[in-house]
Design a protein around this ligand. Structure first.
Ligand SMILES: [Fe+2]
Length: 304
């Protein structure tokens, strides 16, 4: 396949989603709408880690103290009264039809340097597709760095797996159960992460990989079916980022989206999403027809 990274492309949202469902990636320069969301996160991080800079805080305290500061900050950011409004502004700004676009709350991520914290609230994601974690195949991921970062503290895409199935544990994954147990207990996992996750169950090849580096407030937009991972951070600074998810209602009901090559989770994350225009949830009848699974993957065949 051809991998294209579209930079600041002024195309309409429908065409853009079509490219994203084919495995292409979109990158946008910082803009006032994204910088406003970054400022909210920056203000909260600076206040919480004061008097040290958030990106350097890991060098000024034991990891347990770092977790004690970061753990309450994550839900505080998610539930901040401004955060959803700022995401609505970003989506409007990027040409999404707010009556058809559903959004999820923004999440704050921290990836510390030199393996200071790699579990729980600082979990460094192994190679995965979000569709293994019950994301719908039409889900798009919006990733925004809050501070400057480099290749050695970025995330990586692994394009060879876009249409290559991987043996994985998604069939044993329940989003509902993860929400009830795994996510809530994240702060307890400081030295090791024992939460059950739908990992690859075969050896994966890291190369070739594509890393995208953009300015704070830039956007990296990609399909939830992309195989991606957190690059082990060796930059000497903690990387803080924001991400949120969206899907288009018409794509959901018409089963338009990325191809399902190997995802088979037990349920979906659709109940998390709110309509862009008024933040209402999906109608119950839609949830009932789509909420109990997603189009079946082709039977998995081990590659020889
Ligand atoms: Fe992910």
């Amino acid at each position: 396949m051809t991998n294209t990274i579209y930079f600041d492309q002024p195309i309409d949202d429908t065409s853009r989603r079509g490219h994203l469902y084919e495995g292409q990636i979109f990158v946008f320069s910082p803009r006032p709408s994204t910088l406003a969301l970054c400022k909210l996160a920056d203000d909260m991080l600076c206040e919480a880690f004061s008097p040290v800079e958030p990106v350097e805080a890991q060098y000024h305290m034991p990891v347990e103290d770092f977790v004690a500061i970061l753990a309450p900050l994550k839900p505080k950011f998610i539930h901040h009264p401004e955060s959803k409004r700022l995401i609505q502004n970003i989506l409007r700004d990027l040409g999404c039809d707010m009556d058809r676009t559903y959004l999820d709350v923004p999440r704050l991520r921290a990836v510390t340097s030199d393996a200071y914290l790699t579990s729980g609230v600082g979990y460094a994601h192994h190679l995965h597709r979000d569709t293994w974690y019950s994301a719908p195949l039409c889900q798009l991921n919006w990733w925004i760095p809050i501070y400057r970062f480099g290749s050695e503290s970025s995330m990586a895409f692994h394009p060879r797996y876009w249409n290559q199935p991987v043996k994985n544990g998604s069939s044993g994954f329940s989003y509902q159960e993860w929400n009830n147990n795994g996510r809530k207990n994240a702060a307890q996992h400081i030295k090791a992460d024992t939460r059950s996750q739908p990992k690859a169950e075969e050896e994966l090849t890291l190369a070739p990989q594509v890393r995208v580096v953009c300015e704070p407030g830039g956007i990296i937009l990609f399909s939830a079916a992309q195989m991606h991972s957190t690059v082990p951070n060796t930059s000497g600074a903690t990387r803080f980022s924001i991400d949120f998810r969206t899907f288009n209602f018409d794509d959901l009901v018409h089963s338009t989206g990325a191809p399902n090559v190997d995802s088979a989770p037990q349920d979906t994350s659709l109940r998390d999403f709110m309509r862009g225009s008024d933040l209402t949830r999906l109608p119950e009848e839609v949830l009932n027809s789509f909420g109990d699974g997603q189009p079946a993957a082709e039977p998995f065949v081990l590659q020889s």
